[in-house]
Design a protein around this ligand. Structure first.
Ligand code: GLN
Length: 503
């Protein structure tokens, strides 16, 4: 039999549908792969072997009984540890939630379960999704399967590395400033941030509520579209959920048609500051799209220069408010202050937050609290909101001349673990090309553009579309992927080094 761990979700769906394999066989193969490689990669914070196999058996039984099942029924998936999962630990990569087991499922998780997708486990992440490398996880970093000394991106480096190392065909990520797209870029995988409100945030532990969006991680564009369709759609439990039909993402991915499409290159997101090999693969990819019948235009978004600054005021402001609920009273950790007899609630709270939050989280809480304080609110948070409007205006103008916008996803390939840990500004600069989409609420997708010449590591190609035109991401992504994989003679991950397998 073919190696089930290498199959895409679409291939697995076909095999399962035809009765050629059982979900138990697929799930078992992936769990065995995890036992063999995750000691080195550390994609998972928690593996739910029993739960995944039980869900697989349930689907197999229903299939045998002749029930009509969802197309992805029986295809296993890994879920970022920021999504609430009933009965499964949910830590957000933080000590403050160590041991917390939610009593409910996020809406997205409910939909996965309803589709019959076994949940393999919860993936590693930067604490509360703050970071670009997973080095801010309280449980140690994940590693890039292309080179274990390098970062798998962040905050969703567990979800990118789990699909890149063939432990799961699909994973769920969340993207507040790039945490689905940048990890996809540096691991040679695909990731989509849907339109804000396109996928329910109910049960997604909030980092910055106006920016957060959950979405698919996979190895192919079609697989992301298939998963996108499962998790998207209106949810009355999320007041920001869009009450409109889900864009035809799967159809777009299957048609892979870009003829006559106007592709806008964002001047501010190319050239200076982007690694030469990343830029070269980007330029070639654009040429492939032209060969496929697209038209290229250049657009300018001058306010993007201020996107990073605005993001690092808005995000910490919202985070400082969202994280106030970790007060030692309601969930998770509670620490008694040293040498205090009858400590007050405030003293317990301070001791708990001191011990439970890591440096990056504290840094952002302090920044956000300051930016929101009276006297500074207008100068910082208020100005940042104005910049946010200017960025949305820039996008609106650009989408008058282009159907989609494109850029490299991240300025560089994967950097070495430890390289940027002590330099928050250097870490923040990774998000320069991804953040504008979150500020404007529009959808974005990253797919591999090739390997950079300097280091032989994967680079990412980003596609952005207007709100609720998520299907365009998949048209462009699938068309480009088809041409690139033909040029490479197979999927890019075939060129990643074999991982040393533990037995
Ligand atoms: N790296 C960005 C940050 O640290 C993005 C995080 C995210 O998208 N969750 O804020």
């Amino acid at each position: 039999m073919t190696d089930l761990t290498r199959a895409t979700a679409a291939e697995l769906a076909d095999l399962l549908g035809a009765g050629s394999v059982s979900s138990r066989e697929v799930t078992r193969a992936l769990l065995d792969r995890t036992a063999a490689v995750d000691g080195a990669v550390h994609s998972y914070l928690h593996v739910d072997e029993d739960g995944a196999l039980a869900a697989a058996d349930d689907v197999d039984r229903r299939r045998t009984a002749g029930e009509s099942l969802h197309a992805l029924a029986g295809v296993p998936i890994a879920v970022k540890d920021v999504m609430a999962t009933r009965g499964l630990p949910t830590t957000c990569g933080s000590k403050i939630l160590e041991g917390w087991v939610p009593p409910y499922d996020a809406t997205l998780v409910t939909r996965l379960r309803a589709a019959g997708m076994p949940i393999l486990g919860k993936t590693n992440m930067d604490e509360f999704a703050m970071g670009s490398s997973t080095e801010h996880s309280a449980y140690g970093p994940s590693h890039n399967p292309w080179d274990l000394e390098r970062i798998p991106g962040g905050s969703g480096g567990g979800s990118s590395s789990v699909v890149a190392s063939f432990q799961a065909p699909l994973a769920i990520g969340t993207d507040t400033g790039g945490s689905i797209r940048q990890p996809a870029a540096v691991t040679g995988t695909v990731g989509t941030k849907p339109t804000y409100g396109g996928v329910s945030r109910y049960g997604l532990v909030a980092l910055a509520s106006s920016l957060d969006q959950a979405g698919p991680c996979s190895r192919t564009v079609l697989d992301s579209a298939l998963l996108h369709e499962v998790i998207a759609g209106h949810d009355p439990l999320d007041s920001t959920s869009v009450d409109a039909p889900v864009p035809p993402v799967v159809e777009a991915a299957r048609r892979a048609d870009v003829s006559g499409m106007r592709i806008g290159i964002v001047r501010e997101l190319t050239g200076e500051g982007f690694q030469a090999g990343v830029q070269a693969r980007f330029d070639e990819a654009v040429q492939h799209l032209v060969d496929a019948g697209a038209e290229v235009v250049e657009v300018s978004c001058p306010s993007f220069t201020y996107a990073l600054a605005a993001y690092y005021l808005i995000l910490p402001s919202e985070a400082s408010s969202n994280l106030a609920k970790f007060d030692a009273m309601r969930y998770g950790l509670r620490v008694q202050p040293d040498g205090v007899d009858a400590p007050s609630a405030e003293q317990v709270m301070a001791a708990t937050r001191d011990a439970g939050f890591g440096d990056e989280v504290k840094r952002r809480i302090i920044l956000g609290t300051y930016a929101l304080s009276s006297g500074y609110y207008d100068a910082y948070y208020g100005s940042a909101q104005k910049v946010r409007r200017l960025i949305a205006n820039d996008f609106a103008a650009a989408f008058e001349t282009a159907d989609v916008l494109v850029s490299p996803t991240a300025p560089t390939t994967a950097f070495r673990l430890g390289d940027k840990l002590d330099d928050p500004m250097a870490m923040y600069l990774n998000d320069i090309a991804t953040i504008p989409a979150n500020l404007a609420g529009i959808p974005g997708l990253s797919l591999p553009s090739g390997l950079a010449d300097e280091d032989g590591l994967p680079a990412g190609f980003q596609v952005l579309a207007p709100a609720m035109a998520d299907d365009r991401l998949y048209s462009v992504g699938a068309a480009l992927e088809a041409r690139l994989t033909a040029a490479w003679g197979g999927p890019i991950l075939d060129r990643a080094p074999e991982l040393e397998v533990a037995r």
